[in-house]
Design a protein around this ligand. Structure first.
Ligand SMILES: NC(=O)c1ccc[n+]([C@@H]2O[C@H](COP(=O)([O-])OP(=O)(O)OC[C@H]3O[C@@H](n4cnc5c(N)ncnc54)[C@H](OP(=O)(O)O)[C@@H]3O)[C@@H](O)[C@H]2O)c1
Length: 275
């Protein structure tokens, strides 16, 4: 006999919930096992119509029926949302809480939900919205390995997942994968501008850059070679690529990346103190 699907509740029906729920149902997870709550109606109606999920305006109602609760509200609302669940959901300690809010450390959820709460912190990034995310996951000591596997399977619906060992690692992960799309967009915009300066129109320049970025990322994913080796393979000695790489190296691109990531890590550490 096949096991019944685990009931999962999403608190907040914003962009991230829409992507994850869409990924889950389109990959076979039954909509009727997914419960979503949100204050306003339009997003719930859309989710209900598209994926046949169950919806409510009451967070406690959806949390009550679920074994796993995904908190997908803005960080500044998290304390209030958790305290309301803590007050109105019996047996909350027996449920697994997944939070995707940036900047709030696991220990804070012990304040919000009690010391024995089972909490997993997940840091998805924006490409999760198009199914190409990179999510970092961190669990507290109360989370079982079966729950870890289930939560991995949820976030695999919107990209790749990586389990981390502590908050320090999560701060670094956030500086690379969370902020990373912005670094790539910045670099891509620079290349687009260079092509425009040399006579291409903006749309043509963008197409060249986008497809080249996608191609390079796909080659990196498909290859066992180190990234530096892949770079060398497209850099013949004395050729034009070598000239461009020489300019990047003179400008110490690697050093600049190290400094940029460190600045983001420090900022993540500072922001964690705000909650
Ligand atoms: N988007 C990303 O790429 C990304 C990446 C990493 C982490 N995150 C984190 O993921 C969380 C959700 O992000 P998002 O992009 O999905 O945000 P979003 O689109 O703004 O969605 C937040 C949702 O929460 C709802 N909400 C507000 N108050 C609520 C309450 N008291 N109870 C239940 N729901 C409530 C809002 O409803 P109304 O619109 O009706 O007010 C809205 O639908 C945030 O903490 C964010 O930091 C997002």
């Amino acid at each position: 006999m096949t096991q019944a699907p685990r009931k999962i509740a999403f608190i907040g029906a914003g962009n991230m919930t829409q992507s994850i729920v869409g990924g889950m149902v389109s990959n076979g997870y039954p909509g009727h096992a997914i419960h979503v709550s949100n204050p306003s109606a339009a997003k719930l109606e859309q989710l209900q119509a598209r994926w046949q999920v169950q919806t409510s305006h009451d967070n406690a109602e959806v949390a009550n029926v679920a074994e796993v609760i995904v908190l997908a509200v803005k960080p500044q609302l998290m304390a209030e949302v958790c305290q309301d669940l803590q007050a109105r959901v019996p047996h909350l300690q027996d449920k697994t809480i997944v939070t995707i809010a940036a900047g709030i450390r696991l220990e804070k959820y012990a304040d919000y939900l009690g010391d024995s709460a089972r909490v997993v912190r997940v840091m998805p990034n924006t490409p999760s919205l198009v199914g190409q995310g990179m999510s970092g996951l961190l669990a507290n000591a109360h989370v079982s390995s079966a729950d870890r596997d289930f939560i991995t399977s949820i976030f695999q619906q919107v990209g790749d997942t990586m389990w981390l060992t502590d908050e320090d690692q999560l701060d670094i992960f956030t500086a690379i994968a969370g902020s990373g799309p912005a670094y790539f967009f910045e670099f891509m915009a620079g290349l687009q501008q260079a092509a425009v300066t040399l006579g291409f129109d903006a749309a043509e320049a963008r197409r060249m850059v986008e497809q080249t970025a996608l191609g390079a990322a796909t080659m990196a994913i498909d290859s066992e070679l180190e990234l530096s080796e892949l770079r060398q393979q497209v850099t013949s000695k004395g050729g034009s690529t070598a000239k461009a790489i020489e300019v990047y190296q003179q400008s110490q691109l690697e050093q600049i990346s190290a400094e940029a990531v460190l600045a983001a890590v420090r900022r993540n550490q500072e922001m964690a103190k705000l909650f």
